[in-house]
Design a protein around this ligand. Structure first.
Ligand SMILES: O=P(O)(O)OC[C@H]1O[C@](O)(COP(=O)(O)O)[C@@H](O)[C@@H]1O
Ligand SMILES: [Mg+2]
Ligand SMILES: [Mg+2]
Length: 291
């Protein structure tokens, strides 16, 4: 039953992706509005949020919709006690719209009322609007095993490409924020990566696109806690936990600097957290450096 609802949510995301993509060209301008995180919203952010709210709340078995771009949780017109909640970053990396660089959509499907920790996730997915539109999903397949699968989205349908597994030999790294805003410990750690490893820098300013490189080539993506903002930038419910669910399903690891992002307690809907996602040994190294 839960698995069926999760599948329907993934289907709706796949069906909506080409439509969202097609609606982007005319919506690259900033509006006068700001979201709960204090960021100026683009016309595209607001439009994709409205579209996804309507679509997901119409799914049988989905009772609630929450998003980075709206203050409060929206409920379906008719709800049941065991309904699932969908939490969405409608456009991740939307500042890339101006320069025409890749962006994405992220979602988590939670079985508990929001805010809930990543341990309540029963599914997560992201769409990458790159040269082609791809969808990566993660959900339980049997007996507690969660699998990540990649699809190509064509004509609103998803065609399976295969299981996603991080390569054993990592090759890329990328960290967000300004270097001067990083803590001394984190600066030292990154200098070590630059000078003592063979990893190549890959950073594009959209978490989805950067994590997709990590899923493909192995490595690490992170947005650390900053000197003036120890909680970092990315949001736990809409970005950190869903991506952690996916990367852990693909054989990688996640961390807020101390523990798996799935174990971070969720106290508020728009809560931020430092985010590290990638190959297990590289995530372990960050935890050691920040300890
Ligand atoms: O420009 P910065 O500070 O490096 O931040 C980039 C990060 O912020 C984000 O754009 C935040 O996501 P939104 O675009 O959904 O607000 C991430 O995708 C990206 O990793
Ligand atoms: Mg985002
Ligand atoms: Mg966003």
């Amino acid at each position: 039953m839960t698995g069926d609802v999760v599948d329907r949510v993934f289907d709706v995301l796949a069906a909506s992706a080409p439509e969202i993509r097609a609606g982007l060209p005319g919506r690259r301008t900033k509006t006068a509005e700001t979201n709960e995180s204090g960021e100026r919203q683009l016309a595209a952010d607001l439009w994709a949020d409205d579209l996804l709210q309507e679509r997901f709340l119409a799914v049988d078995g989905v009772g609630a919709y929450a998003s980075e771009e709206r203050e409060t949780i929206e409920s379906a017109s008719e709800t049941e006690a065991d309904d699932l909640a969908v939490a969405v970053d409608p456009l991740d990396g939307s500042s890339n719209l101006k320069s025409n660089n890749p962006m994405g959509t992220v979602l988590g499907v939670y079985e508990d009322d929001l805010p809930a920790s990543g341990r309540s996730l029963v599914g997560a997915a992201f769409v990458l609007y790159g040269p082609i539109t791809t969808l990566v999903t993660a959900r339980e397949i049997s007996g507690g095993e969660v699998r990540a699968t990649e699809y190509v989205v064509e004509d609103g349908d998803r065609r399976e490409v295969g299981t996603v597994e991080l390569p054993a030999d990592p090759t890329v790294y990328g960290f967000g924020g300004r270097v001067s805003d990083w803590t001394d410990d984190f600066q030292t750690h990154v200098r070590g990566i630059e000078q003592e490893t063979d990893l190549k820098l890959r950073y594009g300013g959209a978490m989805i696109a950067d994590v997709s490189q990590v899923l493909t080539y192995g490595g690490i993506f992170g947005y650390p806690g900053l000197r003036e903002r120890p909680e970092g930038k990315l949001r736990l419910l809409f970005e950190g936990a869903p991506m952690a669910y996916i990367i852990e399903a693909a054989g990688g690891a996640s961390s807020d600097g101390e523990q798996s992002l799935l174990d971070v307690e969720a106290e508020s809907l728009h809560q931020r957290t430092p985010v590290f996602l990638g190959s297990e040994e590289l995530v372990d190294d960050v935890e050691t450096a920040l300890r």
